[in-house]
Design a protein around this ligand. Sequence first.
Ligand SMILES: [Zn+2]
Length: 455
Amino acid sequence: MIGRLRFFPEKLNWMSFEERKEHKEALLRRHLRYMYDRSPEYYQVKFKECGAVPEDIKTLEDLRTLPVMMDKDAERQSMEASLEKYGHPFGLHACCDPADVISTGGTSGTTGHPTYPYSQTGEDFDLVGQTVAWVHNDVLGLGRGDRAFFLFPLGVYATSVLLPGIRRAGVLPLDIDIRLGTQVALDLVKWTRPNFWWTGPTIAFFFIDLFKEKLGIDPKDLGFKCLLLTGEIGAGIPELKKTVEDAYGCRWYDFWGPSATSLSMSCNSDEYYGLHNFADDWDICYEDLIDPGSRQPVEVKDGAVGEIVVTHLRKKASPYLRYATGDVVEVATSECPGCGFKGYRAKVIGRADDMLTVKGVNVFGRVIKEKLQTFVPRVTGLMRIIKEDPSPRITTLKLRLEYGPGMEGKLDELAAEIKAVMKSELRVNPQIEWTEPGSLQTASHKQPLFEKRYE
Ligand SMILES: [Zn+2]
């Protein structure tokens, strides 16, 4: 069945939960030794700091007794240090010869220097390629003769690492940079007629009207078989999922490779059942959660909420060992009601640094966005949370919202309605600032949540 998730590689499907755990623990023991031996200036130092050696860590439970060994800032420092000392940007935690890195991709560096966590050796490259190809061929039934409209800001970014796998699936990717403008992208669709789409949720949402207005085509008539949307929270917002799926007449699959870790995706279901961790033996991922504030372990069970801590089990280039990703998720450990998948699933709640404490109440930007979505089309759905200073602790939540077309005379009433919902459902009482439709749209595939007024 199209869109039903199984594990990849295939052999994992024939293992019980316990057998999969033992298989991953065997990979863990081997990879800890690899990381320790190959990274004397980072991982060996970290082990020594906590008085441990790799052989002390035999199980998942043992792993969780180690401290967090890296986060985004430490990764950046590690990369700066290797650049200065050895002339390569792959970090002191690089575990291969830098000359063996054949592919790289990174973060855009919008919040600092760019990092290159998607660096791959030939072996890593093959694993990602095989997995991405498997998703197209086996999960989505796509392959030879299919054409992907691949619309992201490209360059050395995260998404470009997907392209070799798409080609390996036999699919033709028509890749174009969104920064060339929407007209160029629309022309590409007009002249090449792709039949499915890889992009970000915000772009897919805004192109609904653009296809109608600029190309005179109802998006349903484009004949898209599916949408593979990544890079932002979106499919977890029921109103947004339904609007986009109805407009394009096809399924929206949420796709995620959190901080260069295993790929996860949602299944073929009207209801959103989260990202399924199908590439289960790439890493320890949804099984290792911490409290984003205290960094203490969170017990992993159905409904547990915490920040993902990643440990790679197979990656050779610059693997992670207890890396705090900053991604806060709600984990589901039960079988998926939509497709029967037996592994762990997760719904992204937000970034640990997107969490605000408003008069003692914790709230994530994503949740505010979800509530706002219920007011579309009276609002466009785009918003910013205004930050007057860097502290996550604030006394007043200030929101800048785009009103929908034709709403100019009714904004006070609408603001009162939104405030009432936020107060009753999120226990926050926001101040609302209105801005005209289109004013918050950016050319990037990611919409920032915050507007920082202190920088
Ligand atoms: Zn499912």
